[in-house]
Write a protein that binds this ligand. Structure first.
Ligand code: PMP
Length: 357
């Protein structure tokens, strides 16, 4: 008799970006560039390495299980009560915990596709049915169709705003209409992993504008603009009852002591985070303009990456870039996601991309 679940055999594993040092060695280059995982290229924020070193002296002790200092700092920054906040091992873990907290096997979760590649995986591992709604012609969410896909079995709808990997975003009025239409019996998970890069005033801050609805859950991360991808720190803001349920399903101590200290230090460097995000945003504008000269149909991005809708050419383009020492993220048959890097990295990418045209 097999010892593990048979349905996991067919489940794809999460694919991380390639390690640039390995690629450089393979190609015999001094260095390779990684524009594949939506990281910010400037290193940790000031104060973070010191906070990590400091926390390291005490790692023989368990961390604060309640994550109080960090949740208090987040509560103050976001102007919400601490009881509404849960933290976890990256925001992807919180998405998974929310499914665990809200569903039983056989329930449904609705999300747009293509979107964040972890959604189908966490739906399957939670034992819920993924109901996917195709992206619209502009590569973004079709909220009308998503609302229409909600059934009696739907417990969660995920709205990824801005959407990974297409960078598109939903506007205030359409999100409001959507929330009104789905009502309050279904949880709406607003995944705002890229919130800090949003500049379009029409794109709502889900927490400020809709966070008071009892069924709205906002998930954000320290991995992107806050520069802590390697540590795994995410947070969720929800109605106190929902946050409480999520905290119950989180693996104990999963926001570890080093993470708590580093995330607190990062929050203290908010001005520098914003300065860096502004650099990324300026480069996003430039990169978008330049890639549009090479490829048709590149959508506007409100995140720290751009989407090249290359269809059947996506994989070959990704391989070409990799052969020239630039790691991007192809989604075979669909498109290629390119993370905004430093100006020099973006220049290198644009040169390599032009060769492929
Ligand atoms: N949500 C979205 C939309 C993402 O793109 C990502 C990372 N790629 C995550 C969540 C997860 O980020 P993390 O677990 O590092 O917080």
């Amino acid at each position: 008799r097999r010892l593990t679940r048979a349905d996991l055999d067919a489940l794809p594993s999460y694919v991380p970006g390639r390690n640039p040092a390995d690629l450089a060695r393979e190609l015999g280059l001094a260095e390779a560039i990684k524009l594949a995982s939506n990281e910010v290229p400037y290193g940790p924020l000031p104060g973070v390495p010191e906070a990590i070193a400091d926390a390291a002296t005490n790692v023989h002790r368990y961390p604060d299980m309640g994550v109080l200092a960090l949740r208090e700092a987040l509560a103050a920054r976001l102007s919400v009560g601490i009881e509404r906040i849960a933290t976890g091992c990256g925001s992807v873990a919180l998405c998974e915990h929310l499914l665990k907290a809200a569903t039983v096997p056989g329930d449904e979760v609705v999300f747009s596709w293509r979107s964040f590649e972890a959604y189908p995986i966490i739906a399957a591992t939670a034992g819920v049915k993924a109901v996917t709604v195709p992206n619209d012609a502009g590569h973004g969410h079709d909220l009308e169709a998503m609302a229409a896909a909600v059934t009696d079995k739907t417990r969660v709808v995920i709205v990824c705003n801005p959407n990974n990997p297409t960078g598109t975003s939903v506007r205030r009025a359409e999100l409001e209409r959507f929330l009104d239409r789905v009502g309050t019996d279904v949880l709406v998970l607003l995944d705002e992993a890229y919130r800090e890069f949003v500049t379009d005033a029409e794109v709502p801050d889900g927490l400020v504008e809709f966070g008071d609805r009892p069924n709205v859950v906002v998930v954000r991360t320290f991995s992107k603009a806050w520069g802590l991808a390697g540590l795994r720190a995410g947070y969720l803001v929800a109605h106190p009852d929902v946050a409480d349920a999520v905290r119950k399903v989180v693996t104990p101590f999963s926001t570890n002591a080093v993470v708590q200290a580093a995330a607190l230090a990062a929050l203290k460097a908010q001005d520098e985070m914003e300065r860096r995000a502004a650099q990324v945003i300026a480069e996003r504008t430039r990169l978008t303009e330049e890639v549009r000269k090479l490829f048709p149909g590149v959508p506007d991005s409100q995140s720290n990456f751009v989407w090249l809708p290359l269809g059947e050419r996506a994989l070959a383009f990704g391989k070409h870039c990799e052969s020239r020492g630039v790691i991007v993220r192809p989604f075979p048959g669909d498109g290629v996601r390119v993370t905004v890097g430093t100006p020099e990295e973006n220049d290198t990418f644009l040169k390599v991309a032009a060769e492929a045209v």
